[in-house]
Design a protein around this ligand. Sequence first.
Ligand SMILES: NC(=O)c1ccc[n+]([C@@H]2O[C@H](COP(=O)([O-])OP(=O)(O)OC[C@H]3O[C@@H](n4cnc5c(N)ncnc54)[C@H](OP(=O)(O)O)[C@@H]3O)[C@@H](O)[C@H]2O)c1
Length: 330
Amino acid sequence: MNASIPDLPSTMQAAACNAYGSPALINLVQTPLPALPADGILVRNHATCVSSADARIRAARFPRGFGIPGRLAFGLRAPRQPILGSCFSGMVHAIGNSVHDVAIGSRLCGMTGLSLGCHAEYVVVRHGKAYAHVPDVVTHHQAAGILFGGTTALVFLRDVAKLARGERLLVIGASGAIGTAAVQLGRIMGANVTGVTSTLNVNLVRKLGAHHVVDYTAQDVGSLPERYDVVLDTVGNLSIADGRRLLAPGGRLALAVADLAQMLTATLLPKVYSASAAERASDVAELVKHLAEGRLRTVIDAIVPLSSIASAHQRVDSGRKVGNLVVDMA
Ligand SMILES: NC(=O)c1ccc[n+]([C@@H]2O[C@H](COP(=O)([O-])OP(=O)(O)OC[C@H]3O[C@@H](n4cnc5c(N)ncnc54)[C@H](OP(=O)(O)O)[C@@H]3O)[C@@H](O)[C@H]2O)c1
């Protein structure tokens, strides 16, 4: 237990959100370290990120139809877990009694799912959950930054849409966390990639490997003449009818963002899918391997200290975030 671990402080700094609302409601607090269960791994967190999910939870801004389920999942009147954040990268500081294959001092990144808690100096992850070793060539900023969008893009392209080599992929929202990962992973999977973004981010999306870039400020995406084998919508402003119209015969429309009505519609229509991306250790390891071997890069909008985390939430709320907002915790 914590008390038996040497050199462990009794409290840590964390960003706490004790009410739903604006970024101004986030406060820096000193709080006890999370308890270390027998199957737990305590990580001294060096980097985390503020994701679109963190901003949604903070503001209780759930997709239409998910207001009540969202509050049941995260807390009725305020976040049940006030420390948000689901991605971490740092150094293993202590392990529970039943953990035998993780070394103290090793570099580890991972995700904590609905447990959140990563906007803090120390994070506990359960043995066997979504974490992986971080080789020295990968920085904690890169690792913590890639996980949220990377795991989602991987699940949607590989498992939901079953993207195959040589297929045409359209990524709507190509400059966001999911989008920047999806463009690169689409290339890695051998697809012909088209990214949709605004004028400011056209060059970035091209540099990430997109064969074609559509500037949505100049061209209406729903009426593009091209047809695609997979359309991945990470923005949620394309109607299902327009999305289906963009599909080639046998094509699949994958909705990373869907309100309740769209989710129900997707269950009734062939080749239209919405899902919630699961977090898996194998996917975390795959992303880290791609980073280490130079096939994938973490697009970073900004790196901020924990004391400026409210500004990172503001940036996410703007809808203009480019890639990922990393919080330095070192
Ligand atoms: N289903 C799941 O399992 C799952 C998992 C994770 C996230 N999500 C959801 O997926 C959504 C995207 O997440 P994210 O983290 O990637 O978001 P994000 O990083 O906050 O996305 C911001 C990006 O969206 C782009 N964008 C805004 N309007 C656009 C438009 N009309 N067309 C194309 N691009 C547009 C912006 O680019 P410009 O400035 O160039 O417009 C910006 O770069 C969120 O709603 C999140 O809740 C779902």
